[in-house]
Design a protein around this ligand. Structure first.
Ligand SMILES: [Zn+2]
Length: 272
């Protein structure tokens, strides 16, 4: 953890220091070696939050974009269960930065516990994730809304573990390797997979780190997923109706030029 309580103050780790855990009150010692980022660890093998994962420089860089008082906030539910949110904004939004693999049950449990939350996932964990995303991105359908794309086959584009989330999942590929120069641009922005599907299609928002952080500062629900999904539904319906009109027009033209038998035509029209 980045903070422990020393003399009643949240304090970052420095060599030789001792403190107490803000969640369980247990003794903590500062770990200030050269291999890992400086952090606090419980004395002995104790770990008070089973959901807590060892922090990396990636976690720390993300958390540093938010005010100190929003980081590592202990949250309780109505039954007294407690967990430490990576970031809990002043508007009540939890942001969890996830590098390690998560079992689907734990992922769902965290979403239930925190309620209003957003995942930010390290897209560099598995080497195949970015190449698969890059391949799938060629099928993205651009929409009138800046940065919003429709994904026809989400199962083939996003990591399996993150497909069934009930909250937005932001994938950060900034540390990933293995792309050609032409597709490197995919690693610069964040890609936010929205929860919910419309006729099997997903919606993904491309946004910068700065935009995401400013949205999180601005309000409790930074990403209007439901409204966006409704727009996507309307767009897909319009496209379907357009395709049907085009097909009908083509049939009419064919009749005009080739004089198809009336019976056959009636069968064709019956579809519309
Ligand atoms: Zn503790």
């Amino acid at each position: 953890m980045q903070f422990a309580i020393v003399n009643k103050e949240r304090t970052v780790a420095s060599p030789g220091q001792a403190g107490n855990c803000p969640a369980c009150g247990g003794a903590m010692i500062a770990k200030c070696g050269t291999q890992r980022i400086h952090h606090w660890a419980h004395r002995g093998v104790r770990r008070c939050d089973s959901w807590w994962e060892a922090e990396t420089a990636w976690h720390r860089a993300w958390k540093s974009r938010f005010p100190v008082e929003w980081r590592e906030v202990v949250q309780y539910d109505q039954y007294g269960e407690k967990h430490i949110a990576d970031v809990r904004t002043g508007h009540g939004l939890t942001i969890e930065f996830q590098h390690c693999h998560l079992k689907p049950e734990e992922r769902a449990a965290r979403e239930n516990f925190y309620g209003n939350m957003v995942w930010v996932v390290d897209g560099a964990r598995l080497t195949r994730d970015l190449p698969r995303f890059a391949e799938g991105a060629s099928w993205f359908i651009r929409t009138a809304r800046k940065g919003l794309y429709i994904v026809p086959f989400p199962d083939e584009v996003f990591p399996k573990n993150w497909l069934g989330c009930r909250v937005p999942v932001i994938i950060d590929f900034c540390n990933a390797n293995g792309l050609s120069e032409e597709t490197k641009c995919l690693t610069w922005p964040l890609w936010c997979l929205l929860p919910g599907r419309v006729r099997g299609h997903a919606a993904v928002l491309q946004l910068s780190r700065e935009v995401f952080v400013s949205w999180a500062h601005a309000g409790a629900r930074p990403i209007p997923a439901q409204a966006i999904l409704q727009d996507v539904g309307r767009y897909l319906l319009e496209q379907k109706q357009l395709a049907e009109r085009e097909a009908l027009r083509a049939t009419m033209l064919a009749r005009q030029y080739h004089g198809w038998p009336r019976q056959g035509l009636r069968r064709r029209y019956a579809r519309f």
